[in-house]
Write a protein that binds this ligand. Sequence first.
Ligand SMILES: [Zn+2]
Length: 377
Amino acid sequence: MAEKTAPGRNPGNTAIIETARRGAMLVDLVRRSIGDNLRRSNDRRWEANSEHCPACRRKGTSANALSVFHGSDGNWRWKCQSCGEGGTAIDWMIAVSGNMSVLEAARAAVGNEAIALPAAVAATPAAADVETEDEKQKTRALVHCIDRIRATVGWGSEKVLVYLRSRGISDASTAALARNGNLCTLPVEPYLAHRMLCEVLANEQHSGEAWLMKSGLMKEGARLTALAYRPLLFLGTTWLEARIIRAPKDKDEPKGIRYGKQSTPLSFRNGNQPVAMITVVEGPIDLLSKIELGVKPNQILVCVPGVVSWKPEWLTAGVKGYPTAVWELALDNDEPGDTAAEKMGRILAGVGGVWRRCLPFVGKDINDELMSMRTAV
Ligand SMILES: [Zn+2]
């Protein structure tokens, strides 16, 4: 199946489309559609009967006609010998959905990778999450803003990269999280950042400033959105965290402001091997630090900003989705971290999950550990 349009020139869109085309998530996507009907034949090839092909669903023809394979160019693809359809993870999403654009399909594929914990996670809102109509509208506006920012704002703001390097995080790790669709950087000059956001958010419905107000990203009477002063953005599906790139002015100034509901954690994978380890970290800087320290091909990193935001259903769904994986709770080495880890451990153990507490060798968190290694070199 040929993709319907060429990838956009926009760096954000291009990054998402490229990630989807590489298709590290394709086996997971297919498995999500057809479950255990997808059988592994070797490291580079998986197969299923043609009745599971989203294009033809042909019954009774040759077994194993549908294959998912790692191509010689390094990209994952699928192919149905029965009807001839096939292609990248983008084509898979288009075939399964029936009506997605290339960009929508790429976002869905990458999003599914980002939410490596099973779809069940997103489908279990807690009772306390019931929203009023006003809150729903605000959430929808925020999701619009997050999607636009993800698709259009890149990650090349040099001063932000300099800051991250000062925290021991290389551009390669920053790029990896940006490719995953979870990191963007704004110009560090607040007025420029604000104007850029207004430009990318504006559409035929509302001006950019109206979107900022509707989504809660800008307060009534404010001159600029608060994001304009916090150029390092971490993007979840329904939440966003904007962080300063300097030391806080005093102990009361927060390093980051969060917007939106954390209906799903943010996650990161570096390979396509069956998942053997799920590592939970406290926030996006720790996530980047862990990426910098190295992610195994059978490991998933998961984080939400703020350890108290963890929801029990994420853990139970995670154990269901990856019953043999060991959970590594790499929360901060302090009392709130210990308390949260114990609570999470009880929930995991309650549904048969195996877990262990994982403390940094040095200091309070993974970034301390990373920084100590950097100074030791
Ligand atoms: Zn087919």
